[in-house]
Design a binder for this molecule. Structure first.
Ligand code: URA
Length: 295
């Protein structure tokens, strides 16, 4: 029997639909976590979210040790509070200090593997604590073509790889249209952790993640960079101009080392799925990309 709208189960169903529509489609733990109570009694880990519990840091040599041990990259990536207490900290409100730490860590990475390691150990971005996986990159880091999207969605979070959901399948078809595949392109996102419920990353989350994606581009050093959609275009080209005006026009992404990478902003595959008529614009952009790569 289908309950009518006034029964309690109908209201419950409506409430669940309301949450799902608002993007709250996952629970993180069985019960609510009282972070304030935790901050007062750090010994108690009973209520801690499983997501926030990560590996214990390595020990640093006692001060009396004659040899001064350098902390490992994993230890240096941790927040000072966690380093001091030796315990994972609840997600804290990110601030400018996290941006500075992200910059320092990203600059230290000499290879993409080191960068991934630094990012995996970095706990200065709240998004890490709600994501299932770090989504670092897919494809071939040696490729001459690199794509950067905004942030992983649900499928990407589950698989730990960028652009594997519906948008990714469309991206694969767009690549095939210019004679490429995921082995001849390198794919990443500005934000490497899925924002809960696919919400838009906040400006401070973007600023905290920016040094890592900028270093990732620098280390991959593609011949051509493609920014997919508004957020990655605005972040990587430091512009406030919207994607509809930016797309199709060659731009320059300048790395911290001063290397200039020709960059083509284009429409995000998710936008193209919602607006198939715009595919002809993306097709033009992809032909430009193909011609530039053939130069
Ligand atoms: N959208 C993005 O911007 N990135 C992904 O990885 C998937 C969808």
């Amino acid at each position: 029997m289908v309950p009518d709208a006034d029964t309690p189960s109908a209201s419950l169903r409506e409430l669940l639909h309301f949450y799902a529509d608002a993007g709250a489609d996952e629970v993180l733990s069985e019960g609510a976590t009282d972070w304030f109570a935790q901050a007062e009694t750090p010994e108690s880990s009973a209520g801690a979210s499983e997501k926030a519990v990560v590996a214990q840091p390595e020990r640093v040599a006692a001060p009396s040790s004659p040899q001064r041990n350098e902390p490992s990259p994993a230890l240096r990536s941790m927040s000072p509070a966690r380093r001091e207490t030796g315990r994972p900290q609840p997600a804290s409100i990110p601030d400018g200090a996290q941006v500075a730490r992200a910059r320092e860590l990203a600059r230290e990475a000499r290879t993409l593997d080191e960068l991934r390691e630094q990012l995996a150990a970095f706990d200065g971005c709240n998004l890490k604590f709600t994501a299932k996986n770090l989504v670092f990159a897919d494809g071939n880091p040696e490729a001459d073509l690199m794509f950067v999207g905004e942030a992983p969605g649900r499928d990407e979070d589950i698989e730990g790889l960028p652009f594997v959901g519906r948008s990714g399948q469309l991206l694969n078809r767009m690549l095939a249209a210019i004679g490429r595949d995921r082995q001849s392109a390198y794919i990443a996102n500005v934000i490497p952790w899925r924002p809960p419920g696919n919400r838009t990353p906040t400006p401070i989350e973007t600023e905290i993640c920016r040094p890592f994606i900028e270093r990732q581009i620098e280390l991959a050093a593609p011949k051509v960079l493609v920014t997919l959609g508004n957020p990655s275009t605005k972040t990587l080209l430091n512009t406030q101009v919207g994607i509809m005006r930016m797309r199709g026009n060659w731009q320059e992404h300048r790395t911290a080392d001063g290397i200039v990478i020709p960059t083509m902003p284009t429409l995000h595959p998710a936008y193209l799925l919602r607006n198939p008529a715009a595919k002809k614009l993306a097709w033009r952009d992809f032909l430009e990309i193909k011609a530039r790569l053939a130069d």
